[in-house]
Design a protein around this ligand. Sequence first.
Ligand SMILES: Nc1ncnc2c1ncn2[C@@H]1O[C@H](COP(=O)(O)OP(=O)(O)OP(=O)(O)O)[C@@H](O)[C@H]1O
Ligand SMILES: [Mg+2]
Length: 331
Amino acid sequence: MTTDEVQLRLAGIDDAPDLLAIIRSAFGVRRPASTPPAAMSDSTESVRRRIAEGAGVIVAVNGEDAGCLLLGFEPDQVLTMSRVSVLPTHQHEGIAAAMARAAAEYGADLGFRRVELMARADFPELVTWWQLRGFEVDREVPGGFILGAELPVSIPVPTPEDMRRLGELLAAHLRGGDLLVANGELGAGKTTLAQGLGVGLHVDGPVISPTFVLARNHHSSVGGPDLVHVDAYRMGSAAELEDIDLDSSMADSVTLVEWGAGLAEGLADDRLDIDIVRSADPADDTRVVYLRGHGARWATEDLYPLRESFVPGTAPHRSAPHVADQPEETE
Ligand SMILES: Nc1ncnc2c1ncn2[C@@H]1O[C@H](COP(=O)(O)OP(=O)(O)OP(=O)(O)O)[C@@H](O)[C@H]1O
Ligand SMILES: [Mg+2]
């Protein structure tokens, strides 16, 4: 199966009967546990209500529905995932992981900061499955655990000038030793963002594409960190990147590696991934920039205010607290 055949879409309330059928069929084949899954007592009405109050995601393979999940909008910018369901005929095809990734991206775009789900203690293999995908056990609840993960900060950037402004604002969060790994197709805006970083860091310029020199060192004019700007586009391996000997400069510089995914991760324990995504509509110049920190350095650096300078307001959430609901279950 190629990924081209997999399509994800948001569910409308009219899709509730289809979602219910997928949920029943997925949860119906689970091995017996201490108590039957709460999913088995879902009704069309309860699924419709959850879609109306939150959202639903459906995945189709070759035009046929193959899986779904439900999203809840909770206070404090927490997104919940539940009823992660894949039809028995489509298990072990990576569908659950694809749905979870798409749901997380959708939640980040709406302004959620964190995603949580419940996994039952009866199914320790499911706890492990989510842990392998970046989730951590947050707390114990009756019957299981709440697992959670931080969402990337999603920032819509309409124009090149805005991309430079984002770089300038991001610079205020940076210090010597930071590693930034920028990804996105040709012309996505990686170098444009780097130009803004250069302005914000007050380094000598001009910051231009380093394609033919591999790495360019821009010195700070204010005694701050230098900017080391690297292009890994033509590098075939992490060893080639190591050959340009960034180690000597990294501790005192901000190092930005364009096209660094899969190559630059070994350069430091901590890094900030910057993924720039173009709109599917060629007439729309908007880029969405996803910022995702890895390691202790970024766990304490709140980059969410950068989003707030581009998008006013916070994520939607349910207005009334829900009292009687059971903790949610995932598959
Ligand atoms: N919203 C936007 N953000 C950034 N750049 C934009 C935007 N809209 C249009 N552009 C244009 O897209 C181009 C981005 O080029 P840039 O060199 O920054 O991309 P890049 O990701 O570094 O590409 P490469 O992979 O070739 O190095 C520029 O010409 C810029 O003016
Ligand atoms: Mg570039």
